[in-house]
Design a protein around this ligand. Structure first.
Ligand code: ADP
Length: 251
């Protein structure tokens, strides 16, 4: 370990933020808080603050991008200039372009796009504050925003990363763990079809460590998927209550 680096696991086996190795950061999710988009969602995963908005299915623009047999899925992952310690240029970086592509691919597998030929579905992910694992938080929010927009999905996609810190495999790395960790393994997963829709890896892991990290990330995706479904249900309970209140008010 470099002398300037902090120990990431203490003598009690706890991490810098007090978590156990297999513990997720606290997660909060809210669905449908933007009025003007067709669908929206907000997620807090640790100190990550991410908003996702969806438009569509709507007529593809420009027309030449339209596909005869399915909707075109477009995705933009963007980090706000104030989302990191030192102001980031608002212009899209190579990293953001790459993440936009892999996030689109992670979500595309679950969208029933063949129901909407010649249309486009646009997904916007804005990272308001980043803390490691923002692509996973972005996927979690975008999947909810798609459901909120009424886009037919085979399943809600959930994502979480695993890492290796101080020689041990750990779940859901925060920024410092992401930067000082020996590996980063972001995974997106759909539980019913048991499919991994995104897997990337930085750093190095033995085969055994890789399998342990993958199992840990998939287990976390299953938990996050349950939270996503609960967040969607909460929105519809709130809509139902509002409808009942306005019916009572007009009665
Ligand atoms: P992810 O956020 O999905 O883990 P990376 O591994 O590329 O993606 O980034 C890890 C973390 O590094 C980010 O969550 C963010 O906190 C930080 N980071 C990424 N890009 C920048 C940047 N341009 N300036 C400062 N910090 C950044």
């Amino acid at each position: 370990m470099n002398k300037s680096e902090t120990r990431l696991i203490d003598d009690n086996g706890l991490r810098v933020d007090g978590r156990k190795l297999d513990e997720l950061r606290p997660i909060k999710m809210e669905v449908g808080m933007l009025e003007k988009a067709d669908g929206s969602a907000y997620i807090e995963q640790g100190k990550n603050r991410v908003i996702a908005a969806v438009y569509g299915p709507r007529e593809a623009h420009p027309k030449h991008i339209a596909l005869p047999d399915r909707a075109v899925i477009k995705c933009r992952y963007h980090m706000a200039p104030f989302s990191v310690e030192e102001r980031k240029s608002p212009a899209p970086s190579r990293r953001e372009l790459e993440l936009s592509k892999v996030i689109r691919e992670a979500l595309e597998a679950s969208i029933v796009s063949e129901l909407y030929p010649r249309t486009s579905i646009d997904i916007f992910i804005e990272v308001l504050q980043s803390d490691g694992g923002s692509r996973c938080a972005g996927i979690n929010a975008a999947s909810l925003a798609l459901a909120d927009a009424g886009v037919p999905l085979r399943e809600i996609v959930a994502a979480c990363a695993a890492t290796k810190i101080d020689g041990k495999i750990a779940l859901d790395p925060s920024d410092i763990e992401d930067k000082q960790g020996e590996a980063d393994l972001p995974v997106a997963f759909t539980p019913k079809s048991n499919a991994v829709t995104l897997i990337q890896m930085d750093g190095s892991l033995t085969e055994e460590e890789f399998n342990q990290a993958l199992d840990m990330a998939i287990g976390a995706c299953r938990k996050i998927n349950e939270m996503q479904i609960e967040a969607l249900k909460r929105k519809y309970v709130a809509v139902k209550e509002q409808a009942e209140e306005s019916r009572e008010a007009t009665a």
